[in-house]
Design a protein around this ligand. Structure first.
Ligand SMILES: Cc1cc2nc3c(=O)[nH]c(=O)nc-3n(C[C@H](O)[C@H](O)[C@H](O)COP(=O)(O)OP(=O)(O)OC[C@H]3O[C@@H](n4cnc5c(N)ncnc54)[C@H](O)[C@@H]3O)c2cc1C
Length: 370
């Protein structure tokens, strides 16, 4: 399997100079990098802080401010989100707080975001590629008539200050860098765990700028009557797990996939899989890792019977330590694994689980004795 073909470095992007037009005069006032701080049911989604880290780098390169955008009902949740934004690097927070923003509704949130953008004019606007973020980003971009690069995997600024947003294309076999040259703001979404989590540094509240929603409840056609939590959604914490064990087609059958679950359970890990196992109905889709599944960044990733196709690789490259178990010493996964074990996973996994169980119970006995 060949490496994904990377586009040239943004500064040298072929043919781009000929396509660039002069930025219209009214867009020249657009300055600063904004990150939408996503909250749902009182919780800030961690992708917002990951984007804050990426936004900080862009803002420093451009020599502009990094701003957090907090939208929600007035009260403690919004206040906490604003305060946390400064701890994750924001220089300023733009806030739109209104009872109509208590629950996410596309119409109200789009109005809040577009009012803020039209009033304060950011040059870059980043959102998490979550269910909420994807819904909102598309609506905001189409309302503002600007470009949006969805599911970006790299963000940079070009020599002329344009946002260079890179994402996989053609089924993940190529990476392309997309520019929004003639419109503002330049918008991008990024999936959770694609960007590293920045350190949280205790900081006092900075500058907070508030803007009213300017939309009455009566003008919003969608009403939230009730909230029914998705009982399945809390099942897997794959994206944020410290240790992940995953299995692929090399395991041969759904029964053998139990070996992955058993190892994960023994070491307190989450379990995942490659895409064909989901397609075959062996494992549920919330466990799929890779380009069309979850991106993970664990401290330890154990992959058993997974070939390491590029679409899988892009979802696991951020792991600190990758251990691959595969019968084929030429499997592509050995090109990026830190530890490679050339063996039959079906025989190796039970032995590894047993060894961990013994080691961990001895360790807990020692801890109890001390
Ligand atoms: C648009 C698109 C999106 C995709 N998105 C994803 C995605 O998000 N995630 C994803 O994973 N894939 C994705 N894929 C599919 C991807 O291209 C590969 O087909 C897939 O990752 C292969 O899964 P696998 O490694 O489990 O199976 P295989 O490629 O069949 O590899 C099985 C491996 O197991 C090894 N093996 C065999 N027997 C044993 C044994 N007993 N013990 C140990 N090793 C053994 C083999 O040597 C082989 O390397 C996508 C494809 C496309 C086109």
């Amino acid at each position: 399997m060949s490496e994904p073909k990377k586009t040239p470095a943004p500064a040298a992007a072929g043919g781009r100079a000929s396509t660039k037009k002069e930025l219209p005069e009214h867009f020249k006032a657009y300055k600063h990098v904004w990150v939408f701080v996503e909250q749902e049911r009182g919780q800030v989604h961690p992708v917002s802080w990951e984007l804050m880290g990426a936004g900080r780098i862009l803002a420093d390169k451009l020599g502009v401010e990094l701003a957090a955008v907090v939208v929600g009902a007035e009260g403690e949740t919004v206040r906490n989100a604003v305060a946390e934004s400064f701890c994750y690097g924001a220089d300023v927070a733009y806030v739109c707080a209104d009872p109509a923003l208590a629950d996410y509704r596309n119409e109200a949130y789009t109005a809040a975001m577009t009012n803020l953008v039209n009033t304060y004019k950011p040059e870059i606007l980043l959102l998490g590629a979550t269910t909420l973020g994807r819904d909102l980003a598309g609506a905001v971009a189409t309302t503002l008539l600007t470009g949006l690069t969805a599911d970006s995997t790299e963000l940079d600024v070009d020599a002329d200050g344009s946002l260079a947003a890179t994402r996989p294309t053609f089924g993940g076999s190529l990476l392309c860098t997309i520019y929004t040259l003639n419109y503002r703001p330049q918008m991008a979404t990024v999936r959770p765990r694609v960007m590293p989590m920045p350190d949280r540094v205790e900081k006092p509240l900075g500058k907070v700028i508030e803007l009213p929603l300017g939309l009455a409840e009566a003008d919003i056609v969608t009403k939230v009557l009730n909230f029914i939590p998705d009982r399945e959604s809390s099942k897997s914490n794959l994206a944020y797990a410290d240790v992940v064990v995953a299995g692929g087609m090399g395991l041969g059958s759904p029964e053998n996939f139990q070996l992955v679950r058993q190892l994960a359970q023994a070491i307190g890990a989450e379990y995942g899989c490659s895409r064909p196992l989901v397609q075959k109905g062996w494992v549920t889709s919330d466990r799929q890792i890779g380009q069309t599944g979850k991106t993970i960044r664990p401290r330890l990733y154990i992959a058993a019977g997974i070939s390491g196709a590029i679409q899988h690789r892009v979802g696991v490259e951020g792991a600190d330590l990758i251990v691959a178990i595969n019968t084929d010493k030429n499997a592509p996964i050995f090109d990026f694994a830190h530890v490679g074990i050339v063996t039959d996973a079906i025989r190796f996994l039970p032995a590894l689980t047993e060894a961990f169980r013994k080691r961990l119970s001895a360790h807990s006995r020692d801890k109890l004795a001390s």
